[in-house]
Design a protein around this ligand. Structure first.
Ligand SMILES: [Mg+2]
Length: 378
């Protein structure tokens, strides 16, 4: 039974939970060291209250990284989570989240999509933008834009158009092999010629020795950071690389949960952490990672999978709410051929601004989603 939390006797109950497929093609295939993606095959969750509020969330399965996938997320939401949610007070997010943790292992996408929708509802019920509800920090920040892995000259040719659009931070995908990656970074650095700050992401592609040699050879390019240089979970290897090179090391795939973050902190295995909602399995867990990192004196970035502006807006609220989140990699909406959202986080040349509207502050084009309210097979 949902307890009445408010003094004034306001009762809110979840009346309906829907989930649906949202497929959006990419403008061009996106390649990282782990593989290539050409379409976002995401899931949207819609939660409706008996007061007529509607909250939305999104899951973006990156099977290569998280192991979840579109059909599984839809079934997890409708088959496992919907029965738990119906009749609950959507404001009791911590309690609902703890229940989801208990009944559903893994399935980060399903859990985070539900949690985003609940926070959207919370903001709407109380008339506050999410980042304000979380304490407020700033409603604007800068995001990078990612250049996928390709031949060095093709990657270099992507630089000028991005600079013209106003991007000042570029993230460069590498991790195929050290020698070729050096050529990629040299070509991109030459094209940028000091006009953009460069971040690198090897997506687990190097060995420890290769990472140390390659990163040392790249020090002259003044790189801001290198993400996930070696296969994830090798904390001793990460700590060794971190000791040997002069570029800050960021943990991404190595840190899914707050527990992972704690381990990285204890072992001195990274300088920075990349938080992603789709890895953390929730906004509450994401905020715990940031709190742990901040306590340890470690700054965070918020990154993304191939997400639409729906969950990207949730991630943007997270960035805007925390002074410890000093970097953002929320470029995925720019990869997609269409945008199912109006309002929400607006991006202009890498500068993201959040609107003064309740919850996520966006409207979803429901035509972009094939909704179901019951588990099904096709
Ligand atoms: Mg990464």
């Amino acid at each position: 039974m949902a307890r009445d939390l408010s003094q004034g006797g306001l009762m809110v109950q979840i009346r309906e939970v829907r989930a649906g497929y949202m497929n959006i093609k990419l403008k061009q295939p996106f390649t990282i060291a782990l593989g290539t993606v050409s379409e976002a095959r995401n899931v949207v969750v819609e939660i409706e209250t008996d007061q007529g509020h509607r909250g939305w969330g999104e899951a973006a399965p990156m099977t290569l990284v998280t192991g979840d996938f579109q059909e599984g997320i839809l079934q997890a939401v409708l088959g496992y989570l919907r029965p738990l949610l119906l009749g609950q007070d959507p404001r009791q997010i911590a309690r609902i989240s703890a229940t989801m943790d208990r009944v559903l292992q893994g399935n980060y996408g399903a859990r985070v999509a539900v949690e985003i929708a609940l926070f959207d509802l919370l903001g709407k019920i109380y008339g506050m933008p999410l980042y304000v509800l979380w304490g407020g920090h700033d409603n604007t920040f800068e995001s990078d834009y990612t250049i996928g892995m390709d031949e060095p000259q093709i990657m270099a040719s992507r630089v000028e158009p991005l600079l013209e659009q106003g991007y000042r931070i570029l993230k460069v995908k590498v991790g195929e092999n050290g020698q070729k990656d050096l050529k990629r970074v040299a070509a991109v650095a030459e094209a940028a010629s000091g006009r953009a700050s460069l971040r690198l992401d090897a997506n687990q592609g190097w060995t420890v020795k290769e990472a140390i040699a390659t990163i040392k050879a790249m020090e002259k390019y003044n790189l801001e950071l290198v993400e996930e240089p070696i296969p994830r979970g090798n904390l001793d290897g990460l700590a060794l690389i971190r000791q040997r090179v002069n570029i800050p090391i960021m943990a991404d795939e190595t840190v899914f949960s707050p527990r992972d973050a704690l381990e990285v902190i204890k072992r001195g295995a990274a300088d920075l952490i990349n938080i992603k909602l789709m890895k953390a399995g929730g906004l509450l867990a994401a905020r715990k990672i940031d709190a742990l990192a901040a306590t340890a004196g470690m700054e965070c970035m918020v990154g993304c999978m191939i997400e639409s502006r729906l969950s990207i807006t949730a991630a943007a609220h997270l960035v805007a709410s925390s002074p410890n989140i000093t970097r953002a990699d929320l470029d995925a909406p720019g990869f997609l051929v269409s945008d199912p959202v109006s309002g929400g986080a607006e991006f202009k040349g890498g500068v993201c601004t959040l609107p003064e509207r309740p919850g996520l502050g966006l409207e979803l084009d429901r035509q972009a989603v094939e909704f179901f309210d019951q588990p099904h097979s096709r």
